[in-house]
Write a protein that binds this ligand. Structure first.
Ligand SMILES: CC(C)[C@H](C(=O)O)[C@@H](O)C(=O)O
Length: 174
């Protein structure tokens, strides 16, 4: 005797995603990433995945709106979400004053302990080779990944400048 087929109900999951578009190209990048996530939402046959997007400020946009490159509510949202999508920060408008867009980036890296920075370097299409400042015959086939540590070592490590040292001769960086 055949068993009646059990109708599986889709499980439902909601993930909160903090969006920190930042400035300039950052906003474009995050918009495109959101499109990808929405396509995933619409195409999950076995699980009902929903993304709850929360928009917050970082970088120059945050300085303009609040005076701070990483306002507290942006950091709180990032800490309490399942994932963070950060675009890019900075631009000529914010210059080199004492409050700068990249301070927001450095702070969020430190606060969330975002130590692993993976930067793939390749050409997704040969049509991009001519856009490189290096000759295309030199860069064709480039394919490597830079692995960078972002919260310790020389990036955030303790340092002592020569002028501050007791003997005025030594300096160190960790
Ligand atoms: C803005 C700057 C502090 C930052 C860095 O050097 O870490 C950026 O250049 C990067 O590579 O993500």
């Amino acid at each position: 005797m055949s068993q009646p087929e059990l109708k599986k109900s889709k499980t439902s999951v909601t993930k909160t995603i903090t969006l920190l578009p930042g400035d300039h190209v950052g906003t474009e990048i995050v918009n495109e990433a959101v499109k990808v996530l929405k396509a995933i939402e619409a195409n999950t046959p076995h699980q009902d995945i929903k993304f709850d997007f929360k928009n917050h400020l970082i970088g120059g946009a945050a300085i303009d709106a609040t005076g701070s490159p990483l306002p507290d509510d942006s950091l709180t949202a990032a800490k309490s979400s399942d994932a963070v999508l950060l675009g890019a920060v900075g631009g000529p408008k914010w210059g080199t004053g004492s409050v700068r867009p990249e301070q927001g980036l450095l702070k969020i890296r430190k606060e969330l302990n975002l130590y692993a920075n993976l930067r793939p370097c390749n050409f997704t299409s040969d049509s991009l080779l001519e856009l490189s400042p290096l000759k295309s015959e030199i860069v064709r086939g480039t394919d490597f990944t830079v692995v960078r540590e972002l919260v310790g070592g020389i990036y955030f490590g303790e340092r002592e400048e020569q002028e501050d040292s007791e003997d005025k001769e030594s300096a160190w960086d960790t």
